[in-house]
Design a protein around this ligand. Structure first.
Ligand SMILES: N[C@@H](CCC(=O)N[C@@H](CS)C(=O)NCC(=O)O)C(=O)O
Length: 223
């Protein structure tokens, strides 16, 4: 087989980029990383993702693939070892459903807790906890969303394992407490500490600094 050329455009902190890093590690693939400065995007990134102008972009033999969940599916279909998605169509559609729920509902609701104050924050907490309860039900009795091994849904929710604790620390509020969400809490630790996952987490202090600044910016904008 001809030599494969793989490049991953990402940023040091992006949870979306991290999904792809983790998938490539699980598949055992070698690739080149291009770390973007998102305040000064490279011409290559803009050329490969002219519509959204976002990372991550995965480039395989010159073909760009955009959107982290789409990239995970591409990787899984191209390299079939250590499958991320189940084969069964119903199980596969369920996995896609949860990943989409994560991006459409869970992530925005947690972000809203992080970036609001007063009554708005109280409302956001109720919404976020409702979403977390659905996840708690889904992960109940399983080590990973994918079963015994990390799969597509685990990678889609991977940001939680890293970011929730950081956001909680910044706003001094426990969202995923082990008593109310025992299975989700256990999943967060299992995922965070998994050997295929652990080595790539961005520096925690730098993340705290970055997210503190993002919160300030957001609060000043709406004030
Ligand atoms: N839905 C996209 C979201 C990617 C995304 O939001 N990337 C952010 C970094 S975390 C980005 O590139 N932002 C640059 C910008 O918006 O200008 C995905 O799943 O890949």
């Amino acid at each position: 087989m001809a030599e494969e050329e793989m490049k991953l455009f990402r940023s040091w902190s992006s949870p979306f980029g991290m999904r792809v890093v983790h998938a490539l590690k699980i598949k055992g693939l070698q690739y080149e990383t291009i770390l973007e400065d998102l305040s000064n995007k490279s011409a290559s990134l803009l050329n490969y993702n002219p519509i959204h102008k976002k990372i991550p972009v995965f480039v395989h033999n010159g073909n760009p693939i955009c959107e982290s969940l789409v990239i995970l599916e591409y990787i899984d279909e191209t390299w079939t070892q250590s499958p991320l998605l189940p084969q069964d169509p119903y199980a596969k559609s369920t996995a896609r459903f949860w990943a989409k729920f994560g991006d459409d509902k869970v992530m925005p609701s947690i972000w809203s807790v992080f970036t609001s104050q007063g009554d708005a924050r109280e409302e956001a907490i109720v919404q976020a906890k409702t979403n977390l309860e659905f996840l708690e039900e889904e992960i109940k009795g399983k080590k990973f969303f994918g079963g015994e091994a990390i799969g597509y849904v685990d990678l889609a929710f991977g940001w939680m394992a890293n970011l929730i604790g950081i956001l909680e620390e910044i706003i001094d509020l426990k969202l995923v407490d082990a008593e109310k969400f025992p299975f989700l809490s256990a999943w967060m630790s299992n995922f965070y500490d998994d050997p295929a996952i652990k080595e790539f987490w961005p520096n925690r202090d730098r993340m705290v600094e970055k997210f503190k600044a993002m919160r300030e910016l957001h609060l000043n904008k709406v004030a």
